[in-house]
Ligand binder design. Structure first.
Ligand code: GLN
Length: 280
């Protein structure tokens, strides 16, 4: 009989999981209360542990994402609490974090604004790397803000991060903020409404629609944020935008129309143009 680890990998692979070995390791680590690096192929489970494994496995096989089952996910250099009230942090978005860090001097008291913070993974990763920076994180969802706030406490950046519940579509958004920033980061909703139904169940059912739906053509939020960026940025300040597949050129044009300068477009590890860098 195949061992528990191989068996688990096989079941996950059969259900179409993209990284079955990694997920098997994370599931076993959870039920054994160990670090993933401590999980070896010759693992043994007590009956109660096997029962909880089967329980978690069934949830995964019905397409609940692993991070949402475990309630946490690694992103950049930290572990973030997640739930179905926030978009799962994705490796693609680390492209934006890296691009931002290249622009952020290491010891300046920079101010950063994160539009649509979700779990807080972008801005909190930046604050972790830049101990003199301060931030404001906006989200329309109070549940998301609660998770982002919990993460800020866990990561020790809460004293440098302010949370505001608001939508950038509010007419008085900029006046309410009443502050200018050195850097704006955002991973806004960018999926065209009609494409939502074609997303994999892990995304469609377990990521909040609010974080996905970018309106008819997917560009609603970019267009609105482009109106706000010149008001919210200091002269010489940067805005970094995550882009969906095939959207980068149009995003740069939308922001150029508002007088911002296109500095660069950064690709993710899959070679997709993922992050548009603009400057005021
Ligand atoms: N990256 C997500 C996806 O491809 C979408 C997130 C977003 O709309 N910002 O499913």
């Amino acid at each position: 009989m195949a061992n528990i680890f191989d068996n688990l990998v096989q079941q996950l692979a059969n259900s179409g999981t993209e990284s079955p070995r990694l997920e098997a390791r994370l599931l076993l680590a959870e039920v054994l209360n160990k670090e993933p690096s401590e999980i070896f192929a010759d693992i043994e489970l007590a009956p109660a542990q096997d029962k909880s494994l089967q329980n978690l496995l069934q949830r995964r096989l019905s397409h609940e994402p692993l991070d949402k089952i475990l309630g946490k996910r690694d992103f950049y250099r930290a572990t973030f609490k997640v739930s179905d009230k926030v978009l799962s942090p994705r490796p693609d978005t680390e492209t934006l974090v890296e691009a931002a860090l290249r622009l952020l001097p290491s010891d300046n008291p920079t101010t950063i604004l994160d539009l649509g913070t979700g779990s807080g993974c972008i801005i909190e990763s930046l604050l972790l790397e830049r101990p003199s920076a301060q931030g404001v994180a906006i989200d329309i969802s109070p549940e998301a803000l609660q998770i982002a706030a919990d993460n800020a406490v866990n990561l020790g950046v809460a004293n440098r991060l302010k949370f505001i519940q608001a939508s950038w579509f509010y007419a008085d958004f900029a006046t309410r903020l009443a502050q200018k920033f050195d850097l704006i980061v955002t991973n806004p909703p960018y999926i065209p409404t009609k494409d939502i139904a074609t997303l994999m169940p892990e995304v469609q059912k377990y990521d909040p629609l609010l974080a996905l739906d970018g309106g008819t053509d997917g560009f609603d939020s970019y267009k609105r944020i482009a109106e706000l960026a010149p008001i919210l940025l200091k002269d010489g300040g940067y805005i970094l935008l995550e882009a969906g597949i095939g959207q980068a050129e149009q995003i740069a044009e939308i922001f150029a129309k508002q007088g911002l300068q296109h500095i660069a477009t950064e690709k993710d590890l899959a070679g997709i143009k993922r992050c548009v860098v603009m400057r005021k």
